[in-house]
Design a protein around this ligand. Structure first.
Ligand code: UDX
Length: 479
C-alpha cells in the first residue's frame, strides 16, 4: 500500500477489525489495520485475551497497552487505532492447539460469538465516529450474522490466495463432479471451476482431499464459506495481476477486493509486536555469512510433524553441508515432544547451522546472506519470500499450503519441490538442498521471482490495482 503518497485523509469511517487467533492471520490483520488507519479510517482492533497474553509473554511489552501506539511512520501520522482485548469465553490457559476439537466445538456452538457480540455491541454504542464496518476473518462462520446484528457492513478478510477461496466457494461443483466427498473419487484434472483452467486433484487443499469430509474442521470451513456468500466485501491478501483469471471471475460472483500484498515488511517498516513466540535474533549469526549462502528453514505457525519427519529433515540438513537457520517451533511434534533431534546434531552443525524456536522472519528473509527458503508454503511466507526475492524450496504440509505450492512451483516457477511425495527421506532432502543452494537452479528462479516481485510492487503504487481497490473500499464505506 502506498503509504508515503497517502497522508491521512479525514473520513468518518470506523472499522472494527477482528482477526482469527493464529499467527498467519494476526500478522496481515495488524498490517491491514495500519494501512487503513493511514488512510483515515478509525480502527478498533479486537485482540483475544489469550493471544494478547501470548504476545505479551513473547515480546515482554506491557499487557493491555495499545501496541499500535509504538508505531512510528516518521512524518506520517499513524491515524486513530484503538485497541481492545476480549475473551473468547474460554479460560486463557485452555490449550487451544492440543484440544483443537473442543475448541472448534466452542467456536461453532456460539460460545465465542456471544463474547464478540457483547464486545462489539458496547463499541458500537459508545464510539465516535460511528462504527460502520466489521472487518472479520473469513474463517468465522457467523461473521455476517454478527455484523448484521448491529447494522454494520461486513468485510470478510481472506488471508490466503484467491485460488483457494475459489475452490472452497465452488465445493458444490467438486461434489457434483465427484472429485470430493464420494467413495469413487475421480483422479482426472478438474476443469470446471469458474476462472480456473485446470487443477490436479492432488493440488487441492488438504481438507478437500480428506477421505472423511464430515469432521468438525470440514463443517467449520463449509459453514464459513456458506456465510461468506452474504458479506458485503471480501478483502483478499492477493493481487489482481498475480491471479488474474481467478480474481476476475470471482468478481462477477461476489464483491472481491484484491488488496495485497499485506506484509509486515513493505515500503515502510513497522514493528507492532505480533509474534506468539519469543523471537531469537539471527542477525549477528548471519553477519559473517557470504551473500546468498544460507538456507532459511521454517514451517510456519501451525504445521505439526512426526518425530520421524523432524529426524529426516535434521539429517537432510546435516548431510547437505549447507549453512542454515531452522525455526523449530515449540510443540512442532505434538505426540512425542522430547529429544526430537538426532543425538549430537547441534555439535555436528555448529558454526554452519542454528536452530531457533522463532525469529523475525522478515528480517531473516531480507538479509543479504539468505539465499533460499525451505518453506511449508503458508501464504504469508510465500508473499514475504517473493517480496524479498528469495526463491523457495517447497514442502507443503496441509490446508492451503498444498495449493499454494502449485502456484509457486508449477505456475509462477519461483520455487522447486523438496520431494515428490509426502514421505520424506534424508537422502532425498540433502540432495535436493545441495542442488537448490548451488548457484545454477536459483539463477533461473531468481529472474522469475524478480518479475513476480515487480508485479506485487506495482500493485501498491498510487495507480496500482491493490491501491485502487483499497481506495474503492474506503469510498464504498463512506456511501
Ligand atoms: C497458515 C496457512 O497455511 C496460511 O496460508 C494462512 O494464511 C494462515 O495459516 P502459517 O503456518 O501461520 O499459516 O504460515 P504463514 O502464512 O506463512 O504465516 C506465518 C507468519 O509467521 C509469517 O508472517 C511469518 O513471517 C511469521 N513467522 C514465521 C515469523 O515471524 N517467525 C518465524 O520464525 C516463522
Amino acid at each position: 500500500m502506498n503509504m508515503e503518497a497517502n497522508s491521512t485523509q479525514n473520513t468518518n469511517n470506523h472499522a472494527i477489525v477482528c482477526p482469527f487467533h493464529r499467527q498467519g492471520h494476526i500478522n496481515p490483520s495488524t498490517k491491514l489495520s495500519l494501512n487503513l488507519a493511514l488512510k483515515g479510517v478509525t480502527i478498533t482492533f479486537l485482540n483475544f485475551e489469550h493471544v494478547q497474553q501470548e504476545i505479551t509473554k513473547a515480546s515482554g511489552c506491557q499487557s493491555n497497552n495499545n501496541p499500535f501506539k509504538a508505531v512510528n511512520f516518521g512524518q506520517t501520522p499513524v491515524g486513530d487505532i484503538r485497541y481492545q482485548v476480549v475473551s473468547d469465553g474460554l479460560p486463557v490457559d485452555f490449550d487451544r492447539t492440543g484440544r483443537l476439537m473442543e475448541y472448534l466445538d466452542w467456536y461453532m456452538s456460539g460460545g465465542m460469538y456471544d463474547q464478540l457480540e457483547k464486545a462489539i455491541g458496547k463499541i458500537v454504542l459508545e464510539s465516535t465516529p460511528k462504527v460502520n464496518v466489521l472487518i472479520i476473518d473469513t474463517f468465522y462462520p457467523w461473521a455476517s450474522k454478527l455484523a448484521r446484528k448491529f447494522g454494520l457492513r461486513c468485510a470478510s478478510f481472506w488471508t490466503q490466495p484467491a485460488i483457494v477461496f475459489n475452490l472452497y466457494y465452488h465445493v458444490h461443483l467438486l461434489r457434483h463432479y465427484r472429485h470430493f466427498d464420494c467413495l469413487d473419487k475421480r483422479i482426472d484434472p478438474i476443469d470446471y471451476i469458474p476462472g480456473l483452467k485446470s487443477i490436479d486433484p492432488k493440488d487441492l487443499m488438504s481438507f478437500l482431499q480428506d477421505k472423511d469430509p464430515s469432521t468438525k474442521m470440514h463443517k467449520h470451513i463449509f459453514h464459513a464459506f456458506h456465510d461468506v456468500r452474504s458479506v458485503d466485501y471480501v478483502l483478499c491478501n492477493s493481487v489482481q495481476e498475480l491471479e488474474h483469471d481467478t480474481i476476475s471471475t470471482l468478481q462477477t460472483l461476489i464483491p472481491f477486493y484484491p488488496i495485497g500484498p499485506i506484509l509486515l515488511s513493505g515500503p515502510t517498516k513497522t514493528r507492532v509486536p505480533t509474534s506468539l513466540w519469543a523471537e531469537s535474533n539471527c542477525s549477528e549469526w548471519l553477519k559473517p555469512k557470504s551473500h546468498g549462502s544460507v538456507l532459511y528453514v521454517s514451517f510456519g505457525s501451525l504445521a505439526n510433524f512426526s518425530k520421524n519427519d523432524v529426524m529426516e529433515i535434521a539429517y537432510g540438513l546435516m548431510d547437505s553441508h549447507v549453512d542454515f537457520i531452522w525455526v523449530l517451533r515449540p510443540r512442532t511434534v505434538l505426540d512425542e515432544p522430547n529429544d526430537i533431534l538426532p543425538i549430537g546434531f547441534e555439535d555436528e552443525v555448529r558454526g554452519r547451522g542454528i536452530i531457533v524456536p522463532w525469529t523475525d522472519q522478515v528480517t531473516v528473509l531480507s538479509h543479504q546472506a539468505t539465499g533460499g527458503f525451505l518453506t511449508h508454503c503458508g501464504w504469508n511466507s510465500v508473499l514475504e519470500s517473493i517480496w524479498h526475492e528469495v526463491s523457495m524450496l517447497c514442502f507443503p504440509v496441509f490446508a492451503d499450503q498444498i495449493t499454494n505450492r502449485k502456484l509457486v512451483v508449477d505456475d509462477w516457477k519461483i520455487g522447486v519441490n523438496l520431494c515428490e511425495g509426502r514421505t520424506i527421506q534424508r537422502a532425498e532432502i540433502s540432495a535436493k538442498i545441495k542442488y537448490f543452494m548451488s548457484q545454477k537452479p536459483r539463477e533461473v528462479l531468481k529472474e522469475n521471482i524478480r518479475e513476480t516481485r515487480n508485479l506485487l510492487q506495482s500493485a501498491l503504487k498510487a495507480d496500482g490495482s491493490s491501491e485502487k481497490y483499497v481506495n474503492k473500499f474506503i469510498e464504498e464505506l463512506a456511501k
